[in-house]
Design a protein around this ligand. Structure first.
Ligand code: HGY
Ligand code: MN
Ligand code: MN
Ligand code: MN
Length: 412
């Protein structure tokens, strides 16, 4: 590292702190920036300014992704970037680190070699988390044309606002969504915080992602019978919450059984019209489950479904399972992985292969283009958490490896 002047890279952390101020819940710790909210729109404008300041001629596409570009001798384009939405109460690094570092990498390359052989582009994807509408990776799906109009037309948030209405409020027209689709991309490199503890535990600077776990999200509705909390004998109840609790525990037991090749989580559980003196009659909960291979995810899905149905029978309640989203497991591109590994080695950084248990835009893009990911350590493995943190040195390390990889891919 000693040969590289890292001083200019320090601003990446400052930029991330500035972006963290665009949050829907300013009184709550952490960052909440869901798709098409006013704070999302403010962050989008900030990113446009940032790219403009670096001479990357930014533009916003038909779904709200922000792009910046260096025109090379050829139109063939190497793409980098990540997303700038967050989960509720998320951190300041997940997603937007890859965007800011990508902008910075392009600006450095532009200063050094005015016209690269291939074009370079950075994209800030509008949405990856699925934290407002029940769909993930809208931004990356849109640039690949990998979305179904019927599916997108049905999306509604928990306030009853449709995706199309939310787009309209941001000056976007869903009828033009197809225009975000591009065919000049040749490869995609995404830099991201690890979001887990492996790199920190191994004291390793750079993770070269080997594969991304596939994941599925379900919504489960449990219907029993609401009743009086004082007068209804326990044995006569059809308590939807007690049944759902048994289901949650069964899903957790399956998670333990599949770890480390699979994992399962209930993240939302809600008593519909619950009240303190009523036996709960209707409960809804989410299931998020993931696996390294699609065949394993399929097996896990069957077992979760069985467990839910078994508990429903035991407690005399009815269940309805609606699958919401699926993303397939994907390996990362071997020669791109090698290039990242070589660049990290040349810079003198330690590295290791690592599987991603988190979902990423790279997971969608890998289905169409050679794709790879670079990870840097997350303090205590925390992510989707207000205390998500990556040390400035790690932020700089990842940026240098990204920049070096992009330059290599653009110039050969
Ligand atoms: O949920 C995920 O894996 C990702 O962080 N969106
Ligand atoms: Mn992310
Ligand atoms: Mn995330
Ligand atoms: Mn069974």
């Amino acid at each position: 590292m000693s040969m590289i002047d890292l001083n200019p890279y320090r601003r990446i952390e400052d930029d991330l702190q500035q972006l963290a101020q665009y949050t829907e819940e300013p009184t709550r710790k952490g960052v909440t920036r869901r798709l098409y909210s006013p704070q999302w729109a403010a962050a989008q404008r900030h990113l446009v300014q940032l790219m403009r300041g670096e001479g990357l001629n930014p533009w916003v596409d038909a779904v709200g992704n922000v792009h910046g570009r260096i025109e090379g001798r050829s139109r063939h384009t190497i793409l980098t970037g990540s997303h700038f939405d967050t989960v509720r109460g998320g951190g300041a690094y997940d997603g937007v680190y890859g965007v800011v570092a990508g902008i910075f990498a392009l600006s450095q390359i532009k200063k050094r070699c005015r016209v690269p052989e291939k074009s370079l582009e950075v994209v800030a994807f509008c949405e990856e988390e699925g934290s407002r509408f029940p769909m993930t990776c809208l931004g990356s799906r849109a640039i690949l044309g990998a979305w179904q109009p019927e599916e997108v037309a049905r999306l509604v948030d928990d306030q009853g606002t449709s995706l199309f209405e939310a787009m309209q409020m941001n000056g976007l027209d869903w009828r033009s969504m197809g225009e975000a689709n591009r065919s000049d991309y040749e490869a995609y490199i995404e830099l991201h915080v690890e979001q887990g503890p492996e790199l920190e535990d191994a004291q390793c600077a750079i993770g070269v992602v080997s594969e991304i776990f596939g994941q599925e999200r379900w919504l489960v509705s449990v219907r029993g019978d609401s009743a009086h909390a004082g007068t209804t004998p326990l044995a006569r109840r059809q308590d939807a919450l007690v049944a759902a609790s048994a289901m949650v525990l069964a899903i957790n037991t399956l998670g333990y059984r599949y770890e480390p090749i699979g994992i399962a989580t209930v993240g939302i559980l809600e008593v519909i019209h619950g009240s303190i003196n009523c036996v709960p009659g209707h409960v809804q909960f989410s299931v998020d489950f993931r696996a390294a291979q699609d065949s394993v995810r399929q097996r896990l899905a069957d077992e979760i479904r069985h467990a839910i149905e078994d508990e429903a029978k035991r407690y005399g309640v009815r269940v309805n399972i609606s699958p919401k989203t699926v993303a397939q497991a994907v390996p990362m591109h071997e020669s791109l992985r090698n290039t990242i590994g070589e660049r990290a080695r040349a810079i003198g950084l330690s590295q290791m292969p690592i599987a991603s248990r988190a979902g990423h835009d790279a997971q969608i893009i890998a289905q169409a283009l050679p794709t790879a990911m670079i990870f840097v350590p997350s303090a205590q493995g925390l992510s989707h958490h207000p205390d998500e943190y990556t040390h400035r040195q790690h932020l700089m390390n990842g940026s240098v490896v990204l920049e070096s990889t992009l330059e290599k891919l653009a110039n050969g």
